[in-house]
Design a protein around this ligand. Structure first.
Ligand code: LCS
Length: 398
């Protein structure tokens, strides 16, 4: 296949040659099962001989199109579309580790992933080890947290919700040294900004609910890796636990991806402008945005990301009380969890997305009570700043 540039792959990328009607937009394959040509054909497919579809929990053309597209954009061999980002995380973790094993994750990750690791996997005697964000930039400290029972390393960069940046190459070198895979949750960056596999990671996970889909109308996930790993995920977990994506959702996410380049450019440019404005705002005590030179991960982010993303965290003077007022006073920004949508979304991690952490755990993860997270949408950034400004002024005057 001809190698195109990134923006062209985002729009074109992969085609399904077996669809003969020449549609510009492929149909949604809303089918649970497939007609075998004869008994021998069905038996061959079940035995893994030849290619074809068997049953939509195992594979479906609409899912295959999405999988091939995201694999192409991430520079991976293949992919598995899953019902949600959480089922992508769970499928990978449950495949790679078994009873008596451990794995190492940074403390600061999405609250749902943290709950899966901290509360649920231990029930299967799969034991998490968490490394603090400050130690997670020190190779010796990372190495010291692993042993012969460590089955994988796991990180988010930029991390939810603090936008911490970890050096993917550093973690990948440690994983390679121990002959274990590195999983990177690339949800906050999207493959438009960051391709962890090219930096040495082995598995990329997305909540496709976010930037990949980009329109706030779907929940979905995806795992990208080589064929060996994806086959293991399918055989050891996915096919029989069954967290499969619906063909309709796969179609919507494939549609969403076509505009990934233009959306990410605007998310990033607006976020940079808003982060700089927030940093200079008299009512703001701190801003976390990897594009700011004040961010400790700015240099690493500049090396491994093409731009700095559309997510900002900030704290207003007066802590959580003032922060709550801001969230209750915005008019344009929408008070909601999730991220990566057309609309700007504002939320409070300590009581919402990261309520799965205890107060002490949040402290270790660097998630302060006053932290507000903003997913910068596609509106005119001047309107977003005016909205935040009126909310902060009103909150400060009360
Ligand atoms: N990974 C990251 C980095 C996430 O932010 C999320 C969801 C997931 C995985 C799980 O994906 P899901 O199952 O929701 O598709 N993050 C959310 C957030 O920050 N607000 O609401 C959901």
């Amino acid at each position: 296949m001809k190698k195109y540039k990134k923006d062209t792959d985002i729009v074109h990328g992969v085609h399904q040659t077996y669809i003969t009607s020449q549609d510009l937009v492929p149909p949604i394959h809303m089918t649970s099962t497939y007609h075998f040509s004869n008994a021998e054909h069905g038996a061959d497919l079940f035995a893994g001989r030849g290619s074809g579809f068997i049953y939509s929990r195992i594979s479906n053309p609409s899912l295959e199109l999405l999988q091939d597209k995201v694999a192409l954009l991430e520079g991976g061999e293949t992919a598995i579309a899953t019902a949600s980002g959480m089922s992508a995380v769970a499928s990978a973790a449950m495949t790679l580790a078994g009873p008596g094993d451990n794995f190492l994750s940074c403390t600061t990750i999405y609250g749902g992933s943290y709950a899966l690791f901290q509360k649920h996997l231990p029930k299967y005697n799969i034991l998490p080890r968490f490394i603090s964000p400050s130690a997670a930039t020190d190779p010796a400290a990372i190495e010291n947290m692993t042993d012969s029972k460590t089955r994988f390393l796991y990180l988010e960069t930029p991390a939810n919700p603090t936008l911490d940046i970890l050096d993917i190459r550093v973690w990948a070198d440690i994983a390679r040294g121990r002959k274990i895979p590195l999983i990177v949750d690339n949800t906050f960056a999207s493959p438009y900004l960051q391709r962890p596999l090219e930096l040495g990671a082995d598995i990329v996970i997305h909540s496709a609910t976010k930037y990949l889909n980009g329109h706030g109308d779907v929940v979905g996930g995806i795992i990208v890796a080589d064929r060996e790993i994806c086959t293991a995920v399918r055989e050891h977990y996915f096919n029989h636990f069954g967290p499969v994506m619906s063909p309709f959702n796969a179609w919507l996410i494939s549609r969403g991806i076509k505009t990934l380049a233009v959306r990410m450019e605007k998310h990033c440019d607006s976020a940079m402008q808003i982060a700089q404005w927030l940093e200079a705002h008299p009512n703001v005590s701190r801003v976390w945005y990897p594009g700011l030179t004040s961010h400790p991960g700015h240099e690493t982010a500049g090396r491994q990301m093409e731009k700095f993303g559309g997510m900002i965290a900030f704290e207003v003077k007066g802590g959580i009380k003032a922060g709550r007022k801001v969230m209750n006073t915005v008019k344009l920004c929408i008070l909601a969890v999730s991220l990566g949508d057309c609309e700007s979304l504002i939320q409070h991690p300590a009581s919402m997305t990261h309520g799965t952490y205890s107060a002490e755990e949040r402290k270790k993860a660097g998630i302060s009570d006053g932290l507000i997270r903003l997913s910068v949408g596609l509106e005119d950034p001047a309107d977003i700043m005016a909205d935040l400004d009126q909310a902060m002024k009103q909150s400060a005057s009360e």
